[in-house]
Ligand binder design. Structure first.
Ligand SMILES: Cc1cc2nc3c(=O)[nH]c(=O)nc-3n(C[C@H](O)[C@H](O)[C@H](O)COP(=O)(O)O)c2cc1C
Length: 443
């Protein structure tokens, strides 16, 4: 039965994940594997492919005090720079949106505006920027700072960063590049706007030396769930990535973020909220459970603990009995909302430190589904029709087999139920997501 409202889907790309699983092909080096991944997601009519990122070797090595064995088992140390990857993937895909993280804390707005505008042109309107403020001191130390900027300051800088980037994207009117052979006029000077921005964090004259992006602005995604993160999303974002494990909490998050939009003159539907699902599929539930157990048991205690160390406010959890409860944690300067969620999960399910660490190492903090394609479609339908999300971010535990299984079994089931598209609706990412073109502030 066809419904008018259909869910949006993102394929989440991250370092290799459970690379020891049979058939796993890590995507951290080979371009061909990333092409296969993008084309598989496009075959499944996904709205977009999203590369998460941080500009540092993941903290696991430093946090383990340089423990070589923990480093040896970490599959998160090397990766390809994602904006370069998006540009390359734009040439071998036609429909799928291409989204990557770039931090506002360790970048300059001019470079970011220029790069995403370029990717939007190369892909003919399929680019997206996941605007994050970074979580780790490891990044700070690669960018001439000793410590990570304070959470509140990071978000103030992010707000101004967004204003400058979008101001630069408005440098030229949509029709300012005229290339009129008859008159010899390449540019219409009336279509030029110089930003002349001077603020607390940035001083940027402009204009940008790239024409206005095909989508007006590339898609803006936001993934912070703290109060300033939600406010930034309500003001700026087209897409929100979020980790939600409880349908009730997902409902209040959804209502809260959408409820903040009206004061910025935005309609609730202009923003798509897409919680993550870490999924493990099998022909039967027991086959899926067996695969899940293989993955969860493959990490060592040290490796699993390292994955939650930042969220534990950098408290060394090894000093506590690992089969005992989670102690009180100092506040985290990394991901405030995620820390609260982790503490609540431990309390709700009465998880020991060891079990919590293993769960988080696998789930990355997201909802986990282990079972059959039909069961996963049921769960997605339940959340979607309950009105607690606009779609989902699918976190394949490794590549490419689980994503291929999703595309070949879950997507047709969702399509059969009328919950997901059978063809792309438009040519740009904005059109497919159903979010408005962003007009220039000068029109
Ligand atoms: C699905 C998802 C993807 C994320 N991707 C990144 C990323 O690529 N890089 C990054 O630094 N942070 C990433 N984050 C973290 C958030 O951007 C944010 O920094 C973090 O949640 C802390 O913000 P908060 O304190 O506002 O919650 C991601 C979060 C989620 C839920």
């Amino acid at each position: 039965m066809a419904t008018t409202r259909q869910m949006k889907l993102t394929a989440f790309c991250h370092p290799p994940g459970h690379w020891r699983m049979p058939g796993a092909r890590p995507t951290d080096m080979g371009f061909e594997d990333n092409v296969h991944l993008a084309q598989t997601a496009e075959r499944g009519k996904f709205d977009m492919l999203f590369y998460q990122d941080s500009a540092a070797v993941a903290p696991v090595f430093y946090l383990s005090g340089g423990n070589a064995e923990t480093l040896a088992e970490s599959a998160r140390c090397v990766r390809l720079e994602p904006l370069t990857m998006l540009a390359a993937l734009a040439t071998v895909t036609k429909h799928i949106g291409l989204v990557a993280t770039a931090t506002t804390t360790y970048n300059d707005p001019f470079s970011i505006a220029r790069k995403f505008a370029t990717i939007d042109h190369i892909s003919k309107g399929r680019a997206g920027w996941n605007l994050v403020t970074s979580q780790n001191v490891d990044e700070a130390q690669n960018f001439s700072r000793d410590s990570h900027l304070d959470h509140a300051l990071r978000y103030q800088r992010a707000q101004e960063f967004y204003d400058v980037v979008t101001g630069l994207w408005d440098s030229w009117d949509d029709d300012a590049v005229i290339r009129d052979r008859e008159t010899g006029r390449y540019i219409d000077p009336a279509g030029l706007h110089v930003l002349n921005h001077k603020g607390d964090h940035f001083s940027v004259r402009g204009p940008l030396n790239v024409a206005r992006p095909p989508q007006g602005y590339p898609i803006i995604a936001q993934a912070g769930s703290s109060d300033p993160g939600r406010e930034l999303a309500a003001r700026t974002a087209d897409v929100v990535f979020t980790a939600q494990v409880d349908i009730g909490e997902a409902r209040s998050f959804y209502a809260d973020v959408k409820g903040r939009m009206a004061k910025y003159g935005r309609a609730p539907d202009d923003l798509k909220i897409m919680p993550g699902i870490r999924f493990v599929l099998g022909q039967t539930e027991s086959e899926a459970k067996e695969r899940y157990e293989m993955m969860v048991s493959s990490a060592s205690d040290d490796g699993a603990l390292a994955s939650i160390q930042r969220l534990a406010g950098d408290l060394d959890l090894k000093q506590f009995p690992l089969d005992g409860p989670l102690p009180d944690l100092p506040p985290s300067n990394a991901a405030k909302a995620r820390q609260v969620m982790m503490i609540e999960l431990a309390r709700r399910e009465n998880l020991s430190i060891r079990k919590l660490a293993r769960r988080f190492a696998f789930s990355l903090g997201h909802m986990v589904y282990v079972g059959t394609a039909k069961g996963l479609a049921d769960q997605m339908e339940e959340w979607f029709t309950a009105g607690v999300c606009d779609g989902f971010t699918m976190l394949s535990p490794y590549f490419p087999i689980p994503l291929e299984l999703f595309v070949d079994t879950v997507v047709p089931e969702l399509q059969r139920r009328g919950l997901f598209r059978t063809e792309y609706e438009g040519t740009t990412l904005r059109e497919n997501l159903g979010v408005p073109f962003r007009s220039s502030r000068y029109t």
